[in-house]
Design a protein around this ligand. Structure first.
Ligand SMILES: *Cc1c(COP(=O)(O)O)cnc(C)c1O
Length: 399
């Protein structure tokens, strides 16, 4: 999964070009920058790579979700549905927009269950954020069809799945927009950074202006100081050094995915010896970014037992049932409504009335799956010794 594994001379060359001009800002400084526009080029290349019409760079994957919701007009009074198995950033961004996050179940894709999504739609629902967790797709075509029927927007949180496709079509291009993260552990990294892709000129223009303090992005001979504006904004701008790294990493993405697919196939073979093991459902195996391999044991007890053996052999898997950053029942701060705001916002209204309550037992279908699930991250570079160690540990776990 991590682009940091392949960080090298190409990234350094791109950065050096920026340093040679001293222009770190993505806009203006036309004379000093000697024709170097790294963030703009990164946006252009990212759009071309994914097949989207527009790409907007921002400071993080969390900011990408926030900017996408702002452009869609989402705010207080709205509900946004996501899934109970994701990184906390997805629902942090929903709260930050002023809306209330609603959590849907996952199925054996380990992504949103479309049937449960439909049950959770209310008159207040304005958008759904399916997450393509761990490199592989949600049932995005079914989700988009449900959203269309109910006239709600779809934002694909593609933070963990750049390079993944369904029948050749990139994840992130199915909904109204798709968001990406380039944080230090993602498939491609810029240290910190994010991207939003969309085919809508109107949405892109709103994102572009909102993320830049509302500056209207129409050519203005008077420079930025004289720009007009149509609405209030914020600052989520990416800087040139990040754009430079992004250009080099994007050029490596298909190579990263190809290496992961090969390594994932070898790991799958090793894992297959476990009795009763079943692998996560991948909608289009040919388009899997193969950043992770997830497998189900017959029971929670068996998953815990197997993982104990694997850990003792030096290759323990991730047991997300105990993970405090990715799984709903473990988000104690969400469940308790912990916030710095003296008013209790976003869990309480300004007058102290409770806005929303989260019940730790609200997602039994997800629990029945996650409790039996073990996961390995698939490295770009998998040493033969490491593979042999995993294979030996799997055999030891067969008892
Ligand atoms: C990493 C991640 C984010 C947030 O991205 P940052 O760049 O770290 O802000 C959002 N959603 C998911 C599913 C992620 O894994």
């Amino acid at each position: 999964m991590p682009g940091f594994e392949v960080f090298g001379a190409e990234e350094k060359k791109e950065i050096d070009e920026v340093l040679s001009t001293g222009v770190l800002f993505r806009y203006e400084f036309a004379e000093q920058r000697k024709g170097i526009w790294k963030v703009r080029d990164f946006e252009g290349n990212f759009a071309a790579y994914t097949g989207a019409v527009h790409a907007q760079a921002v400071t993080s994957g969390t900011a990408a979700l926030k900017v996408a919701m702002a452009a869609l007009g989402i705010g207080p009074g709205d509900e946004v549905i996501t899934q109970g198995f994701t990184f906390v950033a997805t629902w942090e961004a929903i709260f930050d927009s002023g809306a209330v996050p609603v959590f849907a179940e996952v199925d054996e894709t380990l992504n949103m269950d479309p049937a449960d999504l439909e049950k959770k739609i209310t008159p207040k629902t304005r958008a759904v954020i399916p997450v393509h967790m761990m490199g592989a797709p949600a049932r995005i075509e079914e989700i988009c069809a449900i959203a269309k029927k109910h006239k709600i927007a779809v934002i694909e949180d593609t933070a963990q799945a750049p390079g993944a496709r369904i029948n050749g079509r990139h994840l992130g291009t199915f909904g109204d927009c798709g968001t990406f993260s380039f944080d230090p552990v993602k498939t491609m990294t810029t240290g910190e950074g994010g991207m939003i892709i969309t085919d809508s000129e109107d949405l892109w223009r709103k994102m572009s202006e909102y993320h830049d303090h509302g500056h209207d992005h129409v050519p203005n001979p008077g420079g930025r100081g004289g720009d007009g504006r149509s609405f209030i904004g914020f600052n989520y701008r990416m800087m040139e050094l990040q754009g430079a790294v992004g250009l080099a990493q994007l050029a490596k993405l298909d190579g990263i995915v190809a290496a992961q697919r090969k390594n994932k196939a070898a790991m799958r073979k090793a894992i297959s010896v476990l009795p009763g093991v079943k692998f996560r459902e991948i909608i289009d195996p040919a388009g899997d970014s193969a950043s992770f391999i997830a497998f189900f044991l017959p029971t929670a007890e068996e998953a815990v037992r197997v993982n104990k053996v694997l850990s003792d052999e030096g290759c323990g898997a991730v047991y997300f049932a105990n993970n405090t950053w990715h799984y709903y029942p473990k988000w104690e701060h969400l469940l308790a409504g912990s916030t710095l705001a003296a008013s209790g916002w976003p869990f309480k209204e300004a007058d102290g009335r409770r806005r929303v309550v989260y019940d730790s037992a609200a997602l039994p279908q997800s629990a029945a799956i996650i409790d039996r699930t073990l996961v390995y991250q698939v490295p770009v570079k998998l040493a033969d010794e490491r593979l042999a160690q995993i294979a030996a540990a799997m055999k030891k776990a067969v008892s």
